[in-house]
Design a protein around this ligand. Sequence first.
Ligand code: ATP
Length: 920
Amino acid sequence: MNPTPSAPLATAPAGPEAPPPAAAPHLQDAAQVAAHWGVHPGQGLDHDEAVARLQRHGPNQLPTGRSRTWVARLLAPFRDVMIGVLMAAAVISGLIGDLTDTLVILTIVLLNAAISVVQEWQAEQALSALQRLATAQAMVRRDGRAQPVPAEALVPGDVVLLEAGNLVPADLRLHEVAQLRVDESALTGESVTVAKHPDPLPDPGRVDHPVGDRHNMAWKGTLVTHGRAEGLVVATGGGTQLGQVARLLEQGGPDRGTPLQRRLAAFGQRLSGVVVAICLGVFALGWARGEPLLPMALTAISLAVAAIPEALPAVVTVLLALGARRLVQQRALVRHLPAVETLGSVTTICSDKTGTLTQNRMVVHQAVPVAPQDLEVLQTAALLCNDATPDAAGAPHAWQGDPTETALAQWALAGLAQDGGQGVNLAVRQTEARLAEWPFDASRKRMSTLHPGLGLLCKGAPESLLPRCRTDARGAALDAQAWLARAQALAGQGLRVLALAQRPGATPADAAADAEADTVEQDLSLLGLVGLIDPPRPEAAAAVAECLAAGIRPVMITGDHPQTALAIARQLGLHAPPSGADAAGRWPPVLTGADLADMDNATLSEAVAVVSVYARTDPAQKIRLVQALQARGEFTAMTGDGVNDAPALQAADIGVAMGRGGTDVARQAAGLVLLDDHFATIVAAVREGRRIFDNIRKFIRYAMTGNSAEIWVLLAGPLLGLPIALLPLHILWINLVTDGLPGLALATEPAERGVMRRPPRPPEESVFAHGLWQHTLWVGLLMAVLCLGLQAWAMQDGTRPWQTMVFTTLTLAQMAHLLAIRSEHTPLWRLGWRSNPPLLAAVALSVVLQGATVYLPVLQPVFHTQALSALELGLCLGASAVVVAAVEVEKAWRRRGGRAGHSGPAAQAARRHSQASSSQ
Ligand code: ATP
């Protein structure tokens, strides 16, 4: 790997945009390309020119697949076989008999279809809003200053600044390259990273250089894994290489839905068979009782349409997508919908320290030069071996870049009050301009730069740097042990410690001849240590406590020093081994990357059950830790921000990337992006995930119980010798008013009390667990018994409108049920009426609509209803109240059972679950 000296570009005259170049940019000199696009690379485009070019060239977006037309959307519900059969049967029966009935049935079916189209549209909108939020930013130079712009707004001629971790935002002709390596596998399939340079390629003759060999270009969609570079945009959007590769645009194939959706769809298919069989039974029973053939067939088909839960996967999408939208308000962006579903199952959250648990607002707290007179050279090194840049547009002291580096730069310029506040002059960046560099990387834990007068400057973690020092700045042999002890003492105070060193004699010739960082960074003289404060985030300690209460173990995995890590862990309360962990005494409170490297998998498996702080790890070890936790049955969320974190993010059950400080590479690999980088946001997302999953279960509980009630009524009635209680249009109407709005309003149901005081849900646990199935059957049966009881009572009299009573009771009982199941545990009267206004409004609307079908004279002939007397209506309401009471009894029973079942801390319960699942 050769360090390529920075290659400043010849000045290019800014001018009007020229026609596309005759020669391809990789064959031209970079200055020619810049001149061609009318831009000076040191200045970039100006704002107005960028706006004008954006209009001319269009946004930097890949062409997307055609979205479905409205007609296709509208017709989609009618592709369902049962709906087709129903409509055909309705038409036939209309031709033979009652045309009004047919029209009403068709209207209801259309309304139902309209609702499902709207639901689907709503879900798509929520998802595309999420996608828009997820679009990448690119760092460009415009108006002479580096600034982030949305990648979609890039135009040809823009100067893009690349660094490790970036996703290349457009096709670029590189003009300045420092150690750049790019993973081009997305484009070429080649998994080995490619080194880049700024020089023009030789004339290729008749066959042009293959895309993968154009080493002075960086292609849209590829990933920068190492180094830094600047390049000029030469193609955007569909004009890029990626845009031209049609194969890639069709990537992904049809969306198969989230695991839960797939399971529900499979379940729905199985259930459809059962429902169709039951409907045949209903038909046969009715026929045997002497009901006329065609109306009976229509009844059976309507029941099938109403009771087959074909809408479940779609409604789950809506609930997930709406949940994802709420997560954005809580600063967590979901990149893959399944993450919403599984968030609630997380048992372990492995988090970085810097920036996630701490504020990443670094300030130099202490400097330890070799001798007081070396302070100035220590500061100079801190300013030069540093990629932070002064913010030209911002306040005079504002700096851009990595917080560690900006803190070092600010200290270098201003000094510390206790040292007399002396700093060095920024002009040294000109007099000692950088000749070459070996960028920071989290595995080496150090970086170096080469300068004409000062030679090689190197800064990094003390353990990484001190073994490479032979002398100190005074020329004396280095006492590495003493300096390591000094570094340790600073780290023990929670400071982040960096060592700085110099190799004065190093020249560009050394660097070119001996290019590997490891060989260049030798024979150094130590300049001193610098300790930076990075205080914990104020909300992190509360979030850690919330995790522990929720049976989730927070684990810190950091590249920082073990003492620093432990000091911060103590402040946050996550240093102690989990309560109840075996063999806690065997393990120290913190393990280092070196300790991990010495462990075999069996030992590691024991260690991860106990130790919650890991320091000086390198990114590759994160994968081992995730795998060890997973092998113990833990469901693991893992945060990451760097390029090398991507594999661990992918290996984790939920990869969590940083939206602010993180790299595009990490974001690509993650399921969840934290828009504010806070640890507390992960915990909030878990809480939200649990709420969403609870609400999905509530929807299933509600919808399936209603269906089961309808089936019981139509099946049991004839068996008890009663006439069929409902007309087909009644069944379809009940389905319409109950399944539409009220069910969806469950999406806004607030979290259950104590949602974060119960253990995580095992991810593979059936959505029907904890008695949901039984509930569906017995509450449905109860509703049917109440309906049929009223039917029998009303029929005894002979004059009472028994059909209207059953019709009304079934609707009201479902509404009452919905109110009662808003919580799985808390009694209805303690839930409060104001906690879910949309649900109350939806219930009220359904009740009013039902009332209209019964009491409005114009609707009575349409729905074949009669006005109910006060007594009759009272009985219908009373039956609904019985349903509420029964559900409350069930809740009380569950509360008693729940207390017995979850005795002891939630964390222990979670651990029991995980041990059980790992031994399976
Ligand atoms: P976390 O993994 O929790 O984010 P971290 O930021 O400390 O922690 P890394 O960024 O991998 O982890 O840094 C590891 C070590 O490398 C640091 O403790 C520090 O000693 C050193 N280091 C960090 N940033 C730089 C830098 N810009 N230049 C030189 N050395 C650095």
